[in-house]
Write a protein that binds this ligand. Structure first.
Ligand code: XIL
Length: 384
């Protein structure tokens, strides 16, 4: 079934989706040997399952974990076709001293990718968060616009030919800031005008004409008024970028999720369809699923995380413009949620496909099932 999950073709994809969850409940299709932890009989990793459908699977990694864990390195190789540095390319990480960028940790990740034949994704050329102290003041002054474009130019050209795809601008909307069209109150000089984003995209294109250029943001999955505002705001922004002629190729949907949150598949399918109608490809760029609301045994937590992912991914993959899925870390050992949103009981968040010993969890199997069930993409790779 290849129908996209838009309002007028919903019945088909609902049927396929309920089949999917039925298959999961029974543990069938040769994927799960009777229980959720085990080796699938066909031995394929997530990258292979994705590739069979013309999709791409990958994950974020940080230099520290990459250096210390051989098990993680092996797992990345098994499951990922593409990786992205979790923090190491961010402005505040790279250029603490103005004019003295330090790319060593980003380079270490790039070297690993090159050696293992993995693609490399750049994250993020411009982001309001994790900026150097010297930028905080400088950016609001007269030189702000130039400083910003120089940074985009510098980091994109530094990795030219090595990074296949860039998050050029990350998280530029924030409806709670109260500006028109839900724009973030940053950078100050922009006053909510997205023209600076158009300029960043032009700077990135000039710095690496071959890189796929992405606008990336969070907070679109759930059925809450604030997320409804975010969906509206980002569609307005994307439409403005496209009509202003910004060289934008993709919309990156971070997909930081939490079990128990209210998800409406029709609302999400329509949102993806609207973004796709702007002529953009879509990627889920930072999937993880917090299990904080569940206080029961590990098995229950894992099952709820897997079910939550299945619910969202089956809708996403039904949208033909979706070309890629990345998780924000591959193993629970490495999840930022353990620092950002620690569980009150002190155990690790079970938010990622592999556990701390790199064993596959029900989330891994849920992703595998959704990839297996995804309609085939006609254009096999977004990175020819
Ligand atoms: C996070 C990292 O995972 C953390 O290690 C860091 O402390 C803060 O940033 N959206 C993004 C990512 O685009 O860059 C963020 O990464 C997670 C949310």
């Amino acid at each position: 079934m290849t129908a996209s999950c838009s309002s007028d073709s919903g019945t088909g994809c609902l049927t396929r989706r309920s089949l999917l969850s039925g298959a999961a409940a029974l543990g069938v299709a040769g994927l799960m040997p009777g229980h959720s932890h085990g080796t699938p009989t066909d031995g394929l990793g997530l990258k292979d399952r994705a590739a069979r459908r013309g999709l791409v699977f990958g994950a974020a990694v940080n230099a520290h974990d990459l250096r210390r864990s051989a098990a993680l390195r092996a797992a990345l190789q098994r499951d990922c076709a593409i990786i992205t540095p979790e923090n190491e390319m961010k402005w505040g990480y790279v250029e603490k001293r103005r004019g003295y960028p330090d790319y060593r940790d980003a380079q270490a990740i790039a070297n690993f990718a090159a050696k293992q034949g993995l693609k490399l994704r750049g994250h993020a050329a411009m982001w309001y968060s994790n900026i150097p102290n010297w930028v905080k003041e400088a950016i609001s002054g007269e030189q702000g616009h130039d400083i910003m474009l120089r940074r985009v130019e510098a980091v994109v050209s530094h990795f030219r030919g090595r990074v296949v795809e860039w998050d050029v601008v990350n998280e530029a909307i924030e409806p709670r800031d109260g500006l028109a069209d839900g724009m973030r109150r940053w950078p100050e000089f922009a006053k909510g005008d997205p023209a600076y984003i158009v300029d960043c995209f032009h700077a990135a294109r000039a710095a690496d004409p071959d890189a796929v250029l992405v606008y990336n943001d969070w907070g679109f999955e759930y059925n809450w008024p604030v997320f409804e505002q975010r969906r509206k705001s980002v569609l307005i922004l994307l439409e403005k970028l496209v009509s202003a002629g910004a060289p934008i190729d993709q919309f990156g949907i971070q997909c930081h999720c939490k079990i128990g949150n209210d998800f409406d598949e029709r609302v999400y399918a329509d949102f993806l369809a609207e973004a796709a109608a702007l002529g953009l490809k879509l990627s889920l760029t930072e999937l993880d699923i917090s299990d904080i609301p569940e206080t029961g045994p590990i098995e229950t937590r894992d099952q709820r995380v897997a079910d939550h992912a299945r619910m969202i991914l089956s809708v996403a993959f039904d949208q033909p413009a979706v070309v890629k899925l990345m998780t924000w870390g591959l193993s629970d050992m490495t999840s930022w949620l353990n620092a950002q949103m620690p569980r009150p009981d002190g155990t690790l968040q079970r938010a990622l496909p592999l556990d701390e010993a790199m064993k596959r969890k029900p989330l891994w199997y849920a992703i595998a099932e959704c990839l297996d069930a995804a309609p085939e993409r006609p254009d096999a790779s977004p990175h020819p």
